[in-house]
Design a protein around this ligand. Structure first.
Ligand code: PEP
Ligand code: MN
Length: 301
C-alpha cells in the first residue's frame, strides 16, 4: 500500500486514465515514442523523425536541454533545438516529447513541446513538479534512479495536486549493484503501478539497459508485462551522436523492433493471456490494438 497518494491512487474498479496528446491516446494501446537522445542538427532530427514515423512511431522524442553527468559534456541546443523539433513536428505530424530541466523554462518550453519530460535526475525537484503541474501540459515523469515506487507516485501527486491530470509515468531503470547494464530496468513496476495507480506507465529500455542488444528483448518483455508504451532512442547515425551513442538504435534496428512489437502485441490482443489484467484496469481488447500507419503496415505485410 502506497502512503499519502490521493489523486494518483487507483480506486477499486477505476480505469486507467487516458492522456490525449494531439489525438494520440496514452493509456490505450501501445504508444511508441522514438527519436534521438539529443537534438543535434536539423537534418539529423528531421531525418530521424521521418524514419521513425514511417516505422510506426506515434511521437517524437529529442532533448534540447540535456541533464549531463559532466558539465563539459554536450548540454543541448536549447531554443535552437526546440525550433528544430517544431519543424520536425510540422514535417511529420508527430507530437514532440522533450525534457525541461529548469523551473524558469517550463512555460516557454511548453510552447514548443506537446509533452514535457521530467527526467530521472529531476524526479524529486519539487518546484519543477509544481511548475509542470501549473502548465497543464501532458507530463512524462521518469522514475528517479534511486527512487521507490512510493516516492515516484508522490512526485506524480505534486503535479496532479496543481490541477494537471495529464501525468504519464516512465520506468527507466534504477541503480543497483549490477554494473554490466547502465541501469537495472525494473519491469516489475508495470504491474506494481497498475495496482496502485490509474496513471499510464511507459518503459524506456534505452536508458534502462544502456546496451543495444538488450533493448529489443526488454521492449518485448515490457509489452508482455503490460506497458502502455515505450520510449526508445533512435539515431540516423548513432556513432556520430553527441550523447548516448552506445544505446541509440539505428533506423533498421528500430524498424525490426517495431515489426516484432506489432506481432507480439497482436498475439496478446488475440489471446486471453492478458485478459484478467486488462479487465482490472478497464481496457478492452479492441482498444488495446497496436495500430500502425498504413505505410508501415504495407512495408511489413
Ligand atoms: C532522456 O530520456 O533523455 C533522459 C535523460 O533520460 P533519464 O532522465 O531517464 O536519464
Ligand atoms: Mn539519452
Amino acid at each position: 500500500m502506497i502512503r499519502n497518494i490521493k489523486l494518483a491512487a487507483r480506486a477499486p474498479g477505476q480505469n486507467t486514465t487516458i492522456i490525449d496528446v494531439n489525438g494520440i491516446k496514452v493509456g490505450q494501446g501501445l504508444v511508441i515514442i522514438a527519436g534521438p537522445c539529443s537534438v543535434e542538427t536539423e537534418s539529423q532530427t528531421i531525418e530521424t523523425a521521418i524514419a521513425v514515423k514511417k516505422a510506426g512511431a506515434h511521437m517524437l522524442r529529442g532533448g534540447a536541454f540535456k541533464p549531463r553527468t559532466s558539465p563539459y559534456a554536450f548540454q543541448g541546443l536549447g531554443l535552437k533545438g526546440l525550433k528544430i523539433l517544431d519543424k520536425a513536428r510540422k514535417e511529420t505530424g508527430l507530437p514532440v516529447v522533450t525534457e525541461v530541466v529548469d523551473t524558469r523554462d517550463v512555460s516557454w518550453v511548453g510552447e514548443y513541446a506537446d509533452v514535457l519530460q521530467i527526467g530521472a535526475r529531476n524526479m524529486q525537484n519539487f518546484s519543477l513538479l509544481r511548475e509542470a503541474g501549473k502548465s497543464g501540459k501532458p507530463i512524462l515523469l521518469k522514475r528517479g534512479m534511486y527512487s521507490t515506487l512510493e516516492e515516484w507516485l508522490n512526485c506524480a501527486e505534486y503535479i496532479l495536486a496543481e490541477g494537471n491530470p495529464n501525468v504519464i509515468l516512465c520506468e527507466r531503470g534504477i541503480r543497483t549493484f549490477e554494473t554490466y547494464t547502465r541501469n537495472t530496468l525494473d519491469l516489475s513496476m508495470i504491474p506494481a503501478v497498475r495496482r496502485e495507480s490509474h496513471l499510464p506507465v511507459l518503459v524506456d529500455p534505452s536508458h534502462g539497459t544502456g546496451l543495444l542488444p538488450l533493448i529489443a528483448p526488454m521492449s518485448l518483455a515490457a509489452v508482455a508485462a503490460g506497458t502502455d508504451g515505450l520510449e526508445i532512442e533512435v539515431h540516423i547515425d548513432p556513432q556520430s551522436a553527441l550523447s548516448d551513442k552506445e544505446q541509440q538504435l539505428t533506423i533498421p534496428m528500430f524498424e525490426s523492433l517495431m515489426e516484432k512489437l506489432r506481432k507480439l502485441r497482436a498475439f496478446f490482443d488475440e489471446s486471453e493471456i492478458q485478459a484478467e489484467e486488462r479487465a482490472q484496469c478497464g481496457t478492452s481488447a479492441p482498444e488495446t490494438q497496436f495500430t500502425l500507419p498504413s505505410a508501415f503496415s504495407e512495408a511489413v505485410d
